[in-house]
Design a protein around this ligand. Structure first.
Ligand code: NAI
Ligand code: SOE
Length: 394
């Protein structure tokens, strides 16, 4: 069976998730299209890289991503670093002829994302952007129902991503609160997952009208280290520095197919953890999803008998997308790890079988264009048309 050597750049939160997926993928998807081999782990120092390689099961380690990108033994470069290094690593990897999976958001803005898209297109390598939530079986099932016409013509999409890990003003100023590293705040970090849902399930977005706010204008400085997502204690008394990204945004959206809707995201919503949801209304039914109950899809069809009309729960299992390869009966429980395992399977398969995979860097670029338009709209207090923004990204 073909082996594909992985060079993974970054050994933090997503490093763990992707390493788990490389190890677990063949256990679920067998026979596998190819076996991902954890070849080299890169981090910013030899010490961190060595520790990461041991922890995440990589054969080698390095603190020099350029050398790993140039290594002829490496087939795939996996980018799991903060957002400011995605473009430089991806462009070098494409030039070296490596297939690339990059974490989301693809880049800090559309201009940067476009350079990455151009590089992978020119190199003819496979490319994927890691919007893994669309690989939750219940989300893929929603897509199937929509494509089969089960809810008819889609009229409305309401999507949210609400978290509370940054609601405490003492939660530190990690890279996620710095524009030069993250590009944007809640928008790029979590809002982009909802934008991915909207495009995947409904279609292209043409116009946005947004509001954005930074609720906590300064935070205690975090010196180095991975982003602990608000869990570093004892920040009281530590010097503070300015936050220059959004804490929250909300936008109205218009879709190319005539549907309308709204998208919102915040990391300051006390009581919400990973409240990634959508509710979609069609002219023949409705679908509802909440990632915090990710085995479940709520459905209501207009031809349900009158005395039984209302939302009912479909528990995903072997009868549903990806289900046969996962667990033998419904509702045993899909976790975050499984979404990454499915993502890895689809990416490895696209390389082994030379087929297209999505979401790819073009999707990542389109999402960056929409994100830029949301910030522009919030700034201007007016509708922004996406076509105009696509034209402007030269
Ligand atoms: P993190 O802060 O936990 O880890 C980042 C790691 O990259 C650290 O080990 C750091 O030392 C290393 N690093 C930074 N610059 C580097 C460089 N130039 N070369 C080598 N290593 C470098 O960050 P996290 O949470 O893992 O985020 C990484 C990326 O994954 C971000 O783009 C983020 O938006 C995305 N992400 C995606 C998620 C999803 O659900 N798809 C979930 C969490 C993060
Ligand atoms: C923090 O908001 C975070 O880790 C995001 O970066 C991820 O994309 C999201 O899936 C979970 O929360």
């Amino acid at each position: 069976m073909k082996k594909l050597n992985i060079g993974m750049i970054g050994g933090g939160f997503m490093g763990k998730a992707h390493a788990l997926a490389y190890a677990g993928m063949p256990m679920f998807f067998w026979p596998s299209p190819a076996i991902p081999h954890r070849h080299t782990l890169v981090d910013i120092t030899d010490e961190l890289a060595k520790d990461g390689a041991l922890r995440l099961g990589f054969e080698n380690y390095s603190s020099d991503w350029r050398a790993v990108v140039e290594n002829p033994d490496i087939d795939i470069i996996d980018i799991v670093t903060p957002n400011d290094s995605h473009a430089e690593i991806a462009i070098a990897a494409a030039k070296a002829g490596k297939h690339i999976i990059s974490e989301k958001p693809l880049a800090r803005d559309a201009k940067e994302a476009k350079t990455m898209l151009e590089a992978v297109r020119e190199a003819g390598v496979k490319h994927m952007v890691a919007f893994n939530y669309r690989r939750t079986p219940a989300v893929a099932l929603a897509k199937k129902y929509i494509e089969e016409g089960r809810i008819g013509r889609v009229l409305n999409f309401r999507g949210t991503y609400l978290q509370d890990w940054s609601a405490d003003p003492n939660s530190p100023l990690s890279w996620r609160f710095q524009k030069k590293i993250a590009g944007s705040g809640a928008l790029g970090d979590i809002g982009t997952h909802v934008i991915d849902f909207a495009r995947y399930l409904v279609g292209e977005i043409t116009d946005v009208n947004a509001l954005a706010r930074t609720w906590i204008p300064e935070r205690p400085v975090q010196t180095g280290g991975v982003d602990k997502l608000g869990t570093i204690k004892g920040s009281e008394g530590v010097p503070k520095s300015a936050v220059d990204v959004d804490d929250e945004f909300t936008t109205l959206v218009k879709f190319e197919n005539g549907a309308i809707g709204s998208i919102e995201a915040t990391r300051n919503a006390w009581g919400r953890n990973n409240f990634l949801t959508f509710e979609i209304h069609g002219d023949k039914g409705s679908i509802c999803f909440n990632y915090e109950r990710r085995d479940e899809l709520q459905v209501c069809f207009s031809d349900d008998p009158g005395d039984a009309k209302g939302f009912r729960t479909v528990y995903t299992g072997p009868a549903h997308p990806y289900g046969e390869s996962l667990w033998p009966i419904p509702a045993l429980g899909i976790g975050y790890g499984e979404t990454k395992i499915i993502e890895t399977y689809d990416f490895i398969k696209s390389i082994a079988e030379n087929t297209a995979v999505s979401p790819d860097f073009n999707d990542g670029f389109q999402i960056a264009v929409i994100s830029d338009a949301i910030l522009e709209s919030a700034e201007k207090g007016a509708w922004v048309n996406l076509q105009q923004n696509l034209v402007n990204v030269k």
